[in-house]
Design a protein around this ligand. Sequence first.
Ligand SMILES: NC(=O)c1ccc[n+]([C@@H]2O[C@H](COP(=O)([O-])OP(=O)(O)OC[C@H]3O[C@@H](n4cnc5c(N)ncnc54)[C@H](OP(=O)(O)O)[C@@H]3O)[C@@H](O)[C@H]2O)c1
Length: 317
Amino acid sequence: MKALYFNKFGTSDVLKFGEVPTPSLKRNEVLVRTDYIGLNFADIYRRRGTYHIEKNNPYIDGYEAAGTIAAVGADVSNKNIGKKVLFVDGPLANAEFVALPREKQIDLPVDVSTKTAATIGLQGLTADFLAHDLAQNSPGDQVFITGVSGGVGRLLAQILIADGVRVFGSASSIPKQQAALALGVEGVVSMRDPDWKQGFTGRFDTVFDGVGKTLNDSIELLHPRGKVVFFGMAGGNPPTVDLADLLAHSKSILTGDLWDYLTSFSERKKRSARLFSYLAKGTIKVREPTVFPLAEGKAAHDYLESGKNIGKVLLKS
Ligand SMILES: NC(=O)c1ccc[n+]([C@@H]2O[C@H](COP(=O)([O-])OP(=O)(O)OC[C@H]3O[C@@H](n4cnc5c(N)ncnc54)[C@H](OP(=O)(O)O)[C@@H]3O)[C@@H](O)[C@H]2O)c1
């Protein structure tokens, strides 16, 4: 089969496209013929060698894709063959075929295409757990999202607005700011503007920070008893935080990794059903993703790292 792979960690120059062995199936696995593969920031960290990646020779990046079940292992019912599925935590996904443990299979509702599923899958489940497990805001709360036009940011904003929460955020360019305002975000600032915190300092119940290097700014935006939900480092590692200062203002930092919440087949089913329900109600509007052929994976990595994308980047298998 064809795959996007690499032999050593580094810049996008290490990526190659070519033939690798098709995986063989264990008894409890299904073979997914991928259709659309999600490219996520974690894949950049993995390619650089700064994040956990499945041991394989060669390395094959990617943990998220949607496609069709082409074969099943001995312990899995044949009825699964032909099903449209999504997975968001299955390794070696940058390939035509992926051997996936059955418990990681998320069945798609009939009206959700593989393209839509791959567009909202991992980022949507992330937004859902950030909002509903970590922040747990109430209607009327005011929150700020760094990088509100990114993939997670857009979905998080829409889920929170549908939950009755008032959303503000940052976006670095005019097109990104316009895209956020069109979702119902009430105010969008560029962190490149030296005065961007004016009117925002000390105002928020929750700040969602997936940029990382902005963590101290995020803390400043909180009012006493507010909390930062720190969930990623798209802009670089977070600075050291002064815990005594946090204590002095009763502020908190919560962190979380989606995979610690996707711990079983039933957790995946429950959480994806909640995400798909927002889609069915029309409260999540899916922006057309930017699609690169899997063979052009290097260009896709460069694009995601440039920070220019609005919404999801997919690889077409
Ligand atoms: N904790 C979890 O379980 C989990 C799961 C999935 C993703 N994540 C994290 O969530 C964050 C967002 O992921 P995503 O998939 O939404 O990524 P994305 O679509 O690329 O969005 C990231 C946003 O970060 C901002 N940014 C600031 N500095 C940047 C830089 N130097 N390079 C690139 N972007 C920069 C950009 O917005 P502006 O240009 O507007 O600033 C960009 O839109 C990442 O840190 C990712 O690792 C965490």
